[in-house]
Design a binder for this molecule. Structure first.
Ligand code: CP
Length: 322
């Protein structure tokens, strides 16, 4: 594989190879000298045509820790805002020396279109395309869950999958590339996934996905899951969907203080709360749940750097990449 576009493309051995390489990168990041020379002389372009905090900064940190040169490029303040096409933009970036283009784009399928276009030779990494996929977010979530499982069993995470883990993904599934990428990856790794959402925020066709769908968060929490992944309500995309009022959403699908207490007494002592960020405190998650010791949001962010180091390393530094 030359690109990372979707977790649906990843076989179980592919996914384990990335997670195991991430363990090695995390060990480097924990050392006093954090830099590796692996990508010296290579150039990574972060082409972000939609806003981002975590993903863009994390890819930048990852590339720098591998000694690559990094160019950050956004729509604002560039010729994209004058109407320059994606083709001309990426060919310009490659002429400047790009070896990899990490792209966030508002259009679903944009990363695959770029990879298949023949416009450039660079590796393409999907950093989030519309409502479609966000593969490195799912990889960092899987890495966090695998570490959690290994701690529970007192074993090493290397080579292991997520068999037996039960993960509930909650909220705005309709607009969530995070939910889609996690669904494919977590099930490839053997986890059982339940989607809990208002009926209007479940995509048509989700009944054919390899998961259980419920419209009741309380029913999902009663099954004592190992992890509850709260999704951001994507207000900026909500024009195409019926959204209950904020108060109704929080009452039925928010991780409130009361549901947090119930989760803590539901039988799985070390169940974790996950969130890809940014969090809407008071809407999909209460402040107490956001700040709870069970909430792995910042751990996920930290693992994101190691995951992205692994992905860039495997795509740019291997004869046979993932
Ligand atoms: N999780 C995530 O993609 O966050 P950003 O939008 O801040 O990159």
């Amino acid at each position: 594989m030359r690109h990372l576009l979707s977790t649906q493309d990843l076989s179980r051995p592919d996914a384990l190879r990335i997670l195991d390489t991430t363990e090695e990168m995390a060990a480097v990041s924990g050392r006093e000298v954090k830099k590796l020379p692996a990508l010296r002389g290579r150039t990574v372009v972060n082409l972000f045509l939609e806003d981002s905090t975590r993903t863009r900064i994390s890819f930048e940190a990852a590339a720098k820790r591998l000694s690559a040169d990094v160019i950050n490029f956004s729509g604002k303040g560039t010729s994209v805002s004058k109407g320059e096409s994606l083709k001309d933009t990426v060919q310009t970036l490659e002429a400047i020396g790009a070896d990899a283009i990490v792209m966030r784009h508002w259009g679903s399928g944009a990363a695959a279109q770029l990879a298949d276009s023949g416009w450039i030779r660079s590796a393409v990494v999907n950093a989030g395309d519309g409502t479609h996929e966000h593969p490195t977010q799912a990889l960092l979530d899987a890495f966090t869950l695998r570490r959690h499982l290994a701690r529970r069993h007192g074993t090493a995470p290397h080579g292991t999958d997520l068999a037996g883990m039960r993960v509930v993904i909650v909220g705005d599934i309709l607009h969530s590339r995070v939910a889609r990428s996690n669904l494919w990856l977590l099930t490839t790794l053997g986890a059982e996934v339940t989607l809990a959402a208002p009926p209007t925020l479940v995509p048509i066709g989700a009944g054919d996905w390899p998961c259980t769908v419920t419209y009741s968060l309380d029913e999902a929490l009663a099954t004592a899951p190992d992890a509850v992944m709260m999704l951001r309500v994507q207000s900026e995309r909500m024009h195409d969907a019926f959204f209950p009022s904020a108060a109704e959403y929080t009452r039925s699908w928010g991780l409130t203080d009361e549901r947090l207490a119930r989760l803590e007494s539901a039988g799985v002592d070390d169940a974790v709360i996950m969130h890809p960020g940014p969090m809407n405190r008071g809407l999909e998650i209460s402040a107490a749940a956001a700040d709870s010791a069970r909430n792995t949001a910042l751990e996920q962010v930290a693992h994101g750097v190691s995951v992205r180091m692994a992905v860039l390393y495997l795509l740019l530094n291997q004869k046979e990449s993932v």
